[in-house]
Design a protein around this ligand. Structure first.
Ligand SMILES: [Zn+2]
Length: 559
């Protein structure tokens, strides 16, 4: 049996023991599910993920919103939602939202991980890639949900009622695929200069029309966005390595597709495509509810390229608020009875160069001492081993792997040494071995009080996880050298990256604000109950939230 197969088998056994009702591989059929749509259920679920929208940034701008965000804050508002796991990256975050499962169960432990059994191309595996379809020499990968181990809400809906439509659009393939899942009617994401879909599928009329509009807009170029008064104090240049950020206003040079992608224009184009698909697929008009997933990526691109506290983020959120407002108004005009959930795949953190000027002098950039290369050299010398690829990782923080041909006893010694070496570094908070993490119980209770080991446990899946996990100190940014396009990031186990708003809205609902912590894995069970979808016991890590602020209870008997 190959390593991957035997691992898959042991994971299947492990997961089947822990969660008897959950399908453990993408290939296994989901368990029976039934649906009795309540007469007052929304006919279309619109699930929106704002990539990198932290609770902190949301709180900062909340009072400024007059468009789509303002509407949603009249609904059920949870300002302290948690992407509760440690590896707060895009792919794991999106995988929790509509599966109701933490990355430990979705299998999506990071954006990328190392698989030393890969024979074609590099051993870094992308979360939304089918490695089996790699071809030698090709730089492109085949987008797929093969690594997602659990079904999404849309898949449960389609299983209960095959007429239900499951549609997803995003600025990123992983955003669309992790929310849509395996059984998806239409899926589109930004690629290059327009929207693309899965290999073997045609681009439908809605996407063709959207791509035509984008081509024209790109050819024309566009002026800067206006700077609202409340953005003025943030409108200040900051130097970060070879990049200067803080005072960008997103003028678009004709033909610059990359500038289009890293601007508010990407989100508006994604929402426009969503609306075209609503019309084309007659969403919300059928006998049973449909689901439209919309993952909006520009906030993340703006965050990575310019940070969270500059004029760029201020303009981006202003424009996003307006685009969301227009999108909801268009749904209203079509007379669709829709329910919205809006959240984020993770939070974010500003760049150290600006944080230093803004009273956070402890923020820093990770040094090259915390790296797989440095560890390989030190440990190779100590044990007389070939240093090349002795220790592997995809970045300074997160999962690390040891060369797979090492004897288990030696591997254990190397993990212990790596832990001691790294924990002596002033930038490292803790190093947890896979054994320590696996021995930690899956956390329960409020996500804000979890230990770091518990956060790591929620991110741990033995099929994909490494031999140990490195957690940097709070405020240490894992980008050693900033440059144009990449000055700030997320991904840490700290709350600035874990805390995201979760907003539910529907016309006429009794809204409320609940400041206590909830989790993004609570979204899927809450939406399922909202539309009368009865999912087998044990299928979710999350719980149903009663979205009715009055005496009614949207969890009903399913709670
Ligand atoms: Zn993201």
């Amino acid at each position: 049996m190959s390593r991957v197969k035997s691992l898959a088998k042991s994971v299947a056994v492990l997961m089947a023991t822990a969660l008897p009702m959950i399908p453990v591989t993408a290939q296994e059929a989901p368990q029976p599910v039934s649906q009795q749509v309540p007469a007052n259920a929304p006919r279309l679920i619109v699930a929106i993920a704002i990539d990198q929208l932290s609770s902190d940034v949301f709180a900062q701008y909340r009072q400024r919103f007059t468009g789509g965000f303002a509407r949603l804050t009249q609904g059920a508002v949870f300002p302290a939602g948690y992407q509760s796991h440690a590896a707060t990256e895009t792919c794991p975050g999106h995988s929790t939202i509509l599966t109701g499962n933490r990355p430990a169960h979705t299998g999506i432990i990071a954006n990328s991980w190392i698989d030393q059994s890969v024979t074609v191309g590099p051993n870094v595996v992308y979360c939304a890639e089918d490695v089996a379809q790699r071809s030698a020499g090709s730089k492109d990968y085949v987008a797929s949900t093969v690594h997602l181990l659990v079904p999404t809400l849309g898949e449960w809906m389609k299983q209960a009622n095959p007429a239900a439509r499951n549609i997803a659009v995003s600025g990123k393939d992983r955003g669309a695929l992790m929310m849509g899942g395996h059984n998806i009617d239409q899926v589109y994401w930004w690629k290059g200069k327009g929207f693309a879909t899965l290999n073997g599928r045609d681009i439908g009329p809605a996407a063709v029309a959207q791509n035509d509009e984008i081509t024209k807009a790109l050819a024309k170029g566009a002026p800067e966005f206006p700077l609202p008064d409340y953005c003025r104090r943030a409108d200040r240049a900051i130097k970060a390595g070879s990049a200067t950020v803080g005072n960008g206003h997103f003028a678009l040079k004709a033909g610059d597709a990359n500038a289009f992608r890293t601007s508010p224009r990407l989100d508006r184009a994604t929402l426009d495509l969503g609306l075209k698909l609503v019309d084309e697929q007659k969403l919300g008009k059928g006998a049973v509810p449909d689901v439209l997933s919309v993952s909006l990526s520009a906030t993340d691109y703006v965050g990575h390229s310019t940070g969270t506290e500059g004029a760029e983020m201020c303009i981006q959120l202003t424009q996003l608020d307006m685009a969301l407002g227009d999108f909801f108004a268009s749904l209203d005009k079509r007379g669709i009875d829709y329910g919205v959930v809006l959240t984020a795949d993770h939070g974010g953190f500003d760049l150290p160069e600006r944080l230093h000027e803004q009273a956070l002098d402890k923020a820093s950039r990770v040094s090259s001492a915390v790296s797989a290369t440095a560890l390989s050299a030190t440990l190779g010398k100590k044990y007389g081993l070939e240093a090349k690829d002795l220790v592997l990782s995809d970045g300074a923080a997160g999962d690390y792997w040891l060369r797979r041909d090492l004897a288990p006893g030696l591997k254990g010694k190397l993990v212990d040494d790596a832990k001691a070496l790294l924990e002596a570094d002033p930038q490292v908070e803790v190093v947890l071995s896979a054994a320590e993490i696996a021995a930690t119980a899956m956390p329960t209770g409020s996500a804000e009080t979890w230990t770091l080991a518990e956060r790591a446990r929620a991110s741990y899946n033995p099929l994909h996880s490494g031999d140990f996990v490195v957690m940097l100190k709070r405020g240490v940014v894992p980008i050693p050298t900033p440059g144009p396009g990449y000055v700030a990031t997320h991904g840490s186990p700290w709350d600035y990256d874990r805390r995201v708003p979760i907003l539910f809205w529907r016309k006429g609902m009794t809204g409320f604000e609940q400041p206590s912590a909830i989790e993004t894995v609570d979204i899927a069970p809450s939406l399922a109950a909202w539309i009368g979808l009865k999912i087998p016991e044990g299928a979710f890590d999350g719980r149903c939230l009663d979205l009715d602020g009055g005496p009614g209870n949207t969890c009903g008997a399913i709670r």
